[in-house]
Design a protein around this ligand. Structure first.
Ligand code: NAD
Length: 295
């Protein structure tokens, strides 16, 4: 079997990025989301990003048109029947993901491979609900997808070697570095990063340093592109909270328990850059320290 056509289920921040890199690499990508507005926004976002590359001379007009021509959109999940691979990047919620994969299990022929971009939900747990656990795998991309090179390829308990080899090959063909990781809480990168984020939150609560000083210290002292709080705002605090909850649920390690401040921000609808406010305030178009919350 060879993967030629892929369908992206969920065309938000991650889904649109995965569609962009896949189409750039020459794959036909069909993007699904629940509303016309969402898929339209995703396609316009890709167009804007690629236009930027044309302006910088990194991409020709011809290449731009060819890439955009490979991306189609739909709000009809049943279209998945024609695709070799379905990559899911919808909300980080086990029940919603299982519900969508169960529908896909009925829609798609038995040879279709299913991949989830979940950040923290055990792959084996989603696979249990399906008739094809051998063809179910994790493809954990990092944001922003066009920039970040790594894809964690998560082998569930029953993922076959064949599925793993096909996905490893695809990952390479779309210009990414695939690292095979066994299923487990937080997989690899989020597990290690969760420990860093937990310590940063403890430092904040103990008054060791302020949010902006912790971010600056980690950026310059550890040579990371973003500090833990900036990263949370970039990723989305709802996603960060879901990772923390799943890490805690699956390890019972108190270190990973969600921090109350993160909880309060999410409950208040302050989800980071996407809502304009999170650990920082972005409403002026620039990152500013918040003076309207009691952190
Ligand atoms: N944000 C990150 O940095 C990051 C990194 C790695 C993995 N992930 C994972 O990727 C997934 C998506 O995250 P995101 O940041 O792109 O979120 P997002 O909120 O930007 O996008 C989610 C999309 O899913 C759609 N959706 C919601 N319910 C749906 C349903 N029932 N069927 C189909 N589509 C539905 C929404 O309309 C939305 O467009 C999550 O599982 C998340 O944990 C996120």
């Amino acid at each position: 079997m060879e993967i030629k056509k892929l369908m992206m289920v969920g065309s938000g921040f991650m889904g649109s990025g995965i569609a962009q890199v896949s189409a750039t690499a020459g794959y036909k990508v069909h993007m699904f989301d629940i509303t016309e507005e969402s898929v339209g926004k995703a396609k316009a976002g890709i167009e804007k990003a690629l236009s930027g590359s044309v302006k910088k001379g990194k991409l020709s007009e011809e290449q731009f048109n060819a890439i955009m021509g490979r991306i189609t959109t739909t709000t009809n999940l049943a279209d998945a029947k024609d695709y070799d691979l379905v990559i899911e990047a919808i909300v980080e919620n086990l029940n919603i993901k299982v519900d969508v994969f169960k529908k896909l299990d009925e829609i798609c022929p038995p040879e279709t491979i299913f991949a989830s971009n979940t950040s923290s939900i055990p792959i084996s747990q989603i696979a249990t609900a399906l008739k094809r656990p051998d063809k179910f795998i994790g493809m954990h991309f990092f944001s922003p997808v066009p920039v970040m090179k790594l894809v964690e390829i998560i082998k569930g308990l029953k993922t076959s070697e064949e599925t793993c080899a096909l996905i490893k090959d695809l990952t390479q063909k779309i210009g990414k570095v695939g690292v095979i990781v066994k299923d487990g809480p937080g997989f690899l990168v989020n597990r290690v990063n969760s420990a860093l984020i937990a310590e940063a939150n403890k430092c904040l609560l103990e008054g060791v340093a302020s949010i902006e000083d912790i971010d600056e210290a980690i950026r310059y002292g550890m040579n990371m592109p973003m500090g833990p709080f900036e990263l949370g705002d970039f990723v989305g605090l709802d996603v960060a909270l879901a990772v923390s909850e799943n890490m805690y649920e699956n390890t019972k390690n108190p270190m990973f328990a969600p921090f109350i401040t993160l909880n309060k921000l999410v409950i208040s609808g302050d989800l980071g850059r996407k809502t304009g406010k999170g650990w920082y305030d972005y409403t002026s178009g620039q990152k500013k320290i918040r003076d309207d919350v009691n952190i």
